[in-house]
Design a protein around this ligand. Structure first.
Ligand code: RNT
Ligand code: ZN
Length: 422
């Protein structure tokens, strides 16, 4: 797209927003400084880089599709991630799972992982000037074959997974120190029961104790922050999940942890937007797993849905941008995997932009005056404001392709790079 056309359209759009008291340039500056963490596991269908990496991640995670071009090793995964970041405006980080070691020294089992096992990622992130986030991997392992980890009735298995959690926090802290930006270390476990359990309290008591031991060591908040991720149900844990929302909300408040709200982890009509102002009255920070469930927690590629817009609105309206960490969490193997990252990242960025150019002061004034007619009318009229022109200008300023032009880069990359992988 012609840069002059973009600038002219933007100037007109900026005037329209200014008439409502909204400064588009300020919105673009804020957007440019808002990090989005890209999930490494979208690039290889959650297979990981361990020598024994199987294909089926287990833990109830289901990846469907067989689009060619999956990244087969750390180099390919990094190249794909770099491509996705080059096509997405704004500021990205990369979110790693512990099953993606790439470093120096002999391989180690999950309970003995060290920062050195991730040196390849740390060096790469330093070169790119990006931050890393980290997740212990409580699935895709022989000791998680039963689907139980931190709640396992066998103390030896539980010890193994506690040691994994401890190791991962140290790794996260090392990443944060090396890169100068705090690494969010997020704990999600699959533990639950397919059918109605006779004992619901035992696993939860074990989980509480296991977590207390995982978190026993103090970490430097400037280097790493702990998060815990609840879930309603999973494949194979339909009747009971030990780490439910109630469990982790109480745990996070009691232990001062960050709560992770995954958009796919609630009843299908239950959104997370309304939860932000509720939990952030009690917690310092929240992690959002930006995802899209279709009928269930299917982890579809994120699109600019009303649900996503509502979450972005709540983050901006509440002034929560500095207290919310945004991380993508989906995996789709039915389309080009790099495009999947770009579509999700661009959609979330657009949702944030829409929220940032909202005439918040005017809406609040009407609300305070009891003018609910005016509030609803304005909210509807905002939907046809020239947001596209502001978005194009953002892409131009960030030096990424505007409109759908990024897809030509994807098609070229697919032919030249991804299709050559067999
Ligand atoms: C699973 C959780 C979890 C995973 C990733 C791979 O339901 O959402 O966040 O998707 O850790
Ligand atoms: Zn998640």
């Amino acid at each position: 797209m012609n840069p002059t056309t973009i600038k002219t359209a933007y100037a007109a759009a900026r005037d329209r927003y200014a008439e409502m008291g909204v400064e588009c340039d300020d919105a673009l500056d804020t957007l440019s400084a808002t990090p989005i963490s890209l999930q490494c596991w979208q690039g290889d269908d959650v297979r990981g880089l361990e020598t024994a990496s199987a294909g089926d991640p287990g833990g109830g995670l289901q990846v469907t599709g067989s689009h060619p071009g999956r990244a087969r090793n750390a180099e390919e995964l990094r190249r794909d991630l770099a491509m996705a970041m080059a096509l997405s405006p704004g500021c990205q980080r990369v979110n790693l799972h512990a099953c993606y070691p790439d470093g120096v020294g002999p391989a180690a089992d999950r309970d003995a992982l060290e920062p050195a096992h991730f040196q390849g990622w740390i060096d790469w992130a330093k070169r790119l000037g990006i931050g890393l986030d980290f997740n212990p991997t409580f699935f895709a392992h022989s000791k998680a074959a039963s689907g139980l980890t931190l709640t396992h009735p066998d103390p030896a298995v539980r010890e193994f997974w506690i040691a994994h959690g401890v190791a991962c926090r140290r790794i996260g802290q090392a990443m944060g120190r090396a890169l100068g930006t705090p690494c969010v270390v997020n704990v999600w476990i699959p533990d639950g029961s397919k059918d109605s359990p006779a004992d619901r309290s035992g696993p939860r008591e074990r989980l509480r104790d296991s977590l207390d031991r995982v978190f026993a060591e103090a970490i430097d908040p400037a280097a790493a922050r702990d998060a815990v991720e609840p879930k309603l149900f999973g494949i194979g844990s339909e009747s009971y999940v030990a780490g439910s929302y109630d469990f982790y909300l109480a745990y996070a408040v009691a232990r001062h942890k960050m709560l992770c709200l995954d958009m796919g982890h609630f009843h299908p009509t239950e959104g997370i937007a309304d939860k932000l102002s509720a939990v952030l009255g009690w917690l310092d920070e929240a992690l959002i797993h930006v995802s899209r469930g279709v009928r269930w927690d299917s982890d579809h590629v994120v699109v600019l849905s009303d649900e996503l817009r509502t979450v972005a609105e709540e983050i901006v309206r509440g002034g929560y941008l500095p207290r919310v960490h945004l991380a993508m969490d989906y995996f789709d193997a039915s389309i080009n995997r790099v495009a999947a990252w770009v579509i999700g990242a661009r959609s979330l960025t657009k949702a944030l932009l829409m929220a940032l150019v909202e005439p918040a002061a005017e809406l609040r004034r009407m609300e305070a005056d009891g003018d609910f007619t005016g509030r609803l009318a304005l909210m509807e009229d905002l939907k046809t404001m020239p947001l596209g022109a502001v978005w194009d200008e953002f892409c131009r300023r960030e030096d990424v392709p505007t409109g759908n032009l990024w897809m030509s880069d994807i098609r070229r990359y697919e032919t030249d790079v991804q299709m050559k992988r067999t």
